[in-house]
Design a protein around this ligand. Sequence first.
Ligand code: SF4
Length: 200
Amino acid sequence: MKLSRRKFLKVTSGVVGGGVAAELGLLGVNTAAAAAKAGKVPIKTGRQVPSICPYCAVGCGQIVTVSDAGEIVDIQGNPDSPISQGTLCPKGAATFQLVKNEQRWTTVKYRAPGSDRWEEKPLDWAMHRIAELTKKTRDAHFNEFQELPDGKDGTVKKRVMNTYALASLGGATMDNEWNYLHQKLMHGLGVVYLENQARI
Ligand code: SF4
């Protein structure tokens, strides 16, 4: 299709102003596939609840759509938010999957010491195993006192109440509240190596 500059400007202004499919058709773009797909995308309706993205201190606004049955059916950016004006970063845009994700694993893979194979274990089993090993390691390596430099080329014994045998590295799906409680727990245990991917 031969397109003059005048025609191109006319057509693209139509794309911005409305009649997108028809105007793209004039540009030689086949919109049939997109139109067929769009017809099958379910429109998610329900009560819209303003909320805040749980992931970081930016605090982007979200709208959580809730069905009559009280189920979350969608989470999108809130255009009324003065902070984010409807936008969300890729992590915030995936918040719905934090709530609902049929592909989420509900078991863990465990390889026993010395074993050459992975076993499938229930999540509760893993929780108890982690708690058991955390307590055992802390009890074996807890420092009530430690010799520390006194600033005069000597050392001084100080109460430190810590352990260097445990470390905690948080992941991207830990939200603000979880991180708050987690650092409380870790500090309570005396863990000093405490870090999170999101640096919060
Ligand atoms: S994680 Fe992304 S969307 Fe969520 S508050 Fe932070 S910047 Fe905003």
